[in-house]
Design a protein around this ligand. Structure first.
Ligand code: HEM
Length: 428
């Protein structure tokens, strides 16, 4: 086996592996235990890879500031997601998620979100029982597909078929259920290839049925493929839409799920959302930020391509190409300052965390910081806050759950719930 990439001086090596390389029943407990033993900077040698974990405030500042050409987030993401997704989905893309969330697209996206939320709320009825994460997942599909797959998708009789295919393809399983990736590899991604083909075919049919431009994101994607031969264009457009949608599935629905759970647990905050006057005009958005903070299970990874110097505040490390830099949000987001273990949407002023005061922006992360911060942050906060406002204006949700816990084996994205989160729906 090749020598692992050098890190000089060499920090302590933790006695653990990452869950795609060996059994880890609770990722937060395992990496948290490594940090307790080794301190804020340590190495994990896992499978064929070497990871330098950083948790000190100075170490985190350096982590988020490293330029992409020196230590790549794109390659680290690809390494993770390609355990689940077919390579063909990444090849030849002409539209990337970054390009969607421009000022020019904002009002069209907002209209698509409103249409999607209305369609979903129309399905709810007094006396129904729903699982909050199932509800959020379905709504996440609706909001996403209406936004980049064409609003006509909301009325399509193939919507269920398409979302079933996207659920089977779901790249986030690579970090939500990492141990399952061995089976995915053994099958040669057979289920994923079949799901991708199904989704392509349904999306290509939608595209073919669109007679004239309507000025939305799908038109923008179509334009990117205008010069390609028909068959190539249909697959290309469909794969652009699929990859954007897969990106949205990593976090949006789960953050919405926790926003709903936390609000059902805090009826006093729901009462304030219903009034939303004065300082509370943006309360729903602050609730979404607060639940995202608490729900974060993201491992942040950068694959080192050129030698990198990392200062953690105590020592300066030279990291050779081939290693990965890493940090893990659940170990900082709820413990970097006093009181962060509590749910409190009033700790946010607009989108700035103000309590506890004096924290570095890298210590508590919701949508990322630095050059790779999430381009879909405004879109996602609008989506989640509009759902919370509209849902709680119309309904009471009576909890039928105790205290939902996050899935313990997850290592990436916003937590999925370990068990069911059922509520009874009552019209107001
Ligand atoms: C609640 C919803 C969301 C949360 C909490 C979230 C969180 C994040 C975080 C923490 C990062 C930075 C990761 C890092 O530095 O390694 C990120 C980046 C990114 N997100 Fe999101 N995200 C959300 C929704 C979305 C959606 C809806 C899309 C696309 C449709 C999206 C696309 C992206 C992309 C493309 C990047 C990479 C940016 C870059 O590398 O320059 N996200 N997101």
């Amino acid at each position: 086996m090749a020598e692992p990439p050098l890190i000089t001086p060499m920090p302590a090596i933790a006695d653990c592996v990452l869950p795609w390389d060996g059994p880890v029943s609770d990722t937060v407990a395992a990496i948290g235990a490594a940090r307790s033993v080794c301190g804020d900077t340590f190495v994990v040698d896992s499978g064929d890879d070497r990871y330098l974990f950083l948790f000190s405030p100075v170490g985190l500042r350096h982590f988020y500031a490293v330029p992409e050409q020196q230590a790549s987030k794109a390659l680290a993401d690809w390494q993770m997601l390609s355990r689940k997704l077919p390579d063909e989905l990444f090849d030849g893309r002409r539209t990337l998620p970054h390009e969607l969330f421009t000022r020019a697209q904002a009002s069209g996206l907002r209209a698509s979100l409103e249409a999607a939320i209305s369609a979903q709320l129309a399905e709810l009825s007094h006396g129904a029982e729903i699982d909050l994460f199932d509800f959020a997942r379905r709504l996440g599909h609706r909001m996403g597909l209406a936004s980049w797959g064409g609003r006509e998708m909301l009325r399509s009789d193939r919507f269920e078929e398409l979302t079933a295919a996207l659920d089977a393809l779901d790249g986030s399983e690579a970090f939500v259920a990492p141990a399952r990736m061995r089976d995915v590899a053994q099958s040669g991604k057979a289920a994923e290839y079949a799901a991708m083909a199904k989704a392509e075919q349904i999306l290509a049919d939608t595209v073919a049925a669109r007679r004239r431009p309507v000025g939305d994101v799908l038109d923008m994607i179509l334009e990117r493929w205008a010069d390609a031969p028909d068959a190539e264009r249909r697959v290309g457009v469909a794969r652009d839409v699929i990859l954007i949608h897969i990106a949205s599935m990593s976090n949006l629905f789960a953050a919405l799920g926790w926003s709903l759970v936390h609000l059902v647990q805090h009826p006093d905050v729901i009462a304030r959302i219903r009034v939303r006057r004065g300082d509370d005009h943006d309360l729903a958005s602050r609730c979404a930020l607060e639940s995202t903070r608490i729900g974060q299970r993201s491992i942040m990874l950068r694959m080192v391509l050129e030698p990198v110097t990392i200062d953690d505040g105590s020592r300066i490390y030279e990291v050779a190409p081939g290693a990965s830099l890493a940090t893990f949000l659940p170990l900082t987001n709820t413990s970097a300052g006093p009181g962060l273990d509590r749910y409190d949407p009033d700790r946010w002023q607009g989108s700035r965390l103000v309590a506890p005061s004096g924290l570095a922006p890298e210590s508590v992360v919701t949508f990322g910081v630095g050059p790779h911060a999430c381009p879909a942050r405004p879109f996602s906060l609008t989506a989640m806050s509009r759902v919370l406002e509209q849902l709680f204006d119309a309904y009471e949700l009576v909890p039928l759950f105790d205290d939902p816990r996050p899935r313990p084996d997850q290592i990436g994205g916003v937590a999925r719930a370990a068990g069911s989160c059922r509520v009874a729906v009552q019209a107001r």
